[in-house]
Design a protein around this ligand. Structure first.
Ligand code: DNO
Length: 421
């Protein structure tokens, strides 16, 4: 597994030098300043590659840009309206420039309007760390009483409406603003140029788009893009919906194993793959992450390792971003499945046997509280996550663990150590 780290570019307050000290082996980045639908030029790509390859003092970092996250898909492509055909062409031109630059793995998502969504960006846990949280009641309050989406009441059960109503009544204006900021504008990849009126307008444009229609639009997009990606030797990988259920009446089509199976079968190519994000998918109790890693394994081109703790076992529920080994997903089992997949690929002679992974998000701990970073992307919280994940990878990859005597009940660890097997 290749241990990577997300970097938002020269403006990121966590530097290339910082990530070197965290033991990072490769960088995940994107040209966030270019709008969806715009071609990524060779010059812009080169500029970012150079920034990644350089430490603060100008000396080489030894790091490469390994994964693009994301090459964004425009709203026009998702809806098949306006300039969607021109955006297909632009996407393919970007892919050519990316391939020329030697970058192979490209993450994207097909979530309408909003990328990932949380209601609280600095929720305090018992240890004093802060993390991100999605509270279903707060979200429903935003939807029904702040955004005032038409027909929103029809999307929530009676008890949620009642709770949301009480929650909204307890909020003052500044709390309402903070909630709206957190949901719509607060996160990397968020629709940061929108007002609430814009959001309403964009939502209305999806009125006529059913989940089946959106799924077909994704298949049309992939049918056009994937043959080009395959020829260029690229690996496209679709990020799941986060959270993995319908929000604001919008269709969501990448939330479950069945969704992934459908899309990868519909356009069957090694270039049409998956970003397995354990944090996003792990919000649903019916997503079996180690099983998904095993069954979808050959198509997993990128791993986001993150954990969430659910408040309930409902499909539509509240959750917070737990420590990497602390939530509801069995991270050891996921990593074991990923290592098995890597072995399989090696045996099959695949050259992409080392799957890039990144510690996805991190809680704010220690000096993170003082130092600003993108929500979810603090230096120390992520470093801790990476260190824990690296420990699991090192342990599960160690020859001692595959030694037959280890499974012998009479042999204690100290006896094994004495015999230095
Ligand atoms: C959040 C991220 C998402 C992700 C995009 C990929 O931290 O996982 O914003 O980058 O959805 O397209």
């Amino acid at each position: 597994m290749q241990q990577t780290w997300r970097w938002f570019g020269p403006k990121d307050l966590v530097s290339i030098d910082d990530m070197l000290q965290a033991g990072v082996e490769g960088v995940v980045s994107a040209l966030h300043h270019l709008a969806p639908g715009v071609v990524w030029s060779a010059e812009e790509i080169k500029k970012r590659q150079l920034a990644i390859a350089t430490r603060v003092d100008g000396s080489p970092s030894g790091l490469n840009w390994e994964v693009i996250e994301s090459l964004p898909v425009s709203e026009d492509i998702k809806k098949q309206t306006g300039d969607w055909r021109a955006h297909y062409a632009a996407y393919k031109s970007s892919l050519e420039n990316i391939a020329d630059a030697g970058i192979k793995t490209i993450c994207y998502n097909f979530m309408p309007i909003l990328d990932w969504t949380r209601t609280d960006l600095t929720w305090r846990v018992a240890s004093g760390a802060t993390c991100m949280r999605f509270d279903y009641t707060a979200f429903a309050a935003f939807d029904m009483f702040i955004l005032k989406r038409k027909g929103a009441e029809g999307d929530y059960p009676a008890d949620t409406i009642e709770l949301a109503n009480a929650y909204f009544k307890s909020m003052n204006e500044s709390k309402c603003d903070t909630l709206a900021q957190s949901i719509v504008f607060g996160l990397p990849g968020a629709a940061d140029n929108y007002t609430l009126a814009d959001v309403r307008q964009h939502l209305a444009e999806y009125d006529a788009i059913s989940p089946d229609k959106l799924r077909q639009n994704l298949i049309d997009f992939l049918s056009d893009i994937i043959p080009v990606a395959e020829k260029l030797g690229l690996r496209m990988c679709c990020h799941p919906d986060d959270p993995p259920f319908n929000l604001l009446g919008l269709p969501r089509i990448m939330s479950t194993e069945a969704d992934y199976k459908f899309i990868t079968d519909a356009v069957d190519s090694c270039a049409n793959g998956i970003t397995l994000c354990t944090g996003s998918l792990g919000v649903r109790p019916d997503n079996d992450l180690p099983g998904m890693m095993t069954r979808l394994g050959s198509k997993v081109h990128f791993l986001h390792l993150r954990n969430v703790k659910r408040d309930t076992n409902n499909i539509h529920g509240s959750f917070y971003e737990a420590e990497h080994l602390g939530g509801d997903t069995d991270m050891v089992a996921v990593i074991a499945a990923a290592l098995r997949e890597e072995k399989k690929r090696k045996l099959a002679g695949r050259n992409d046997y080392s799957i890039p992974m990144r510690p996805d998000h991190g809680q704010n701990i220690l000096d993170d509280h003082k130092r600003k970073a993108q929500p979810g992307y603090p230096a120390i919280g992520r470093l801790k996550g990476l260190a824990e994940l690296r420990g699991i990878i090192a342990t599960l990859s160690h020859p001692e663990l595959s030694h037959p005597e280890l499974s012998h009940p009479e042999l204690s660890h100290s006896k094994l150590a004495d015999r230095s097997i």
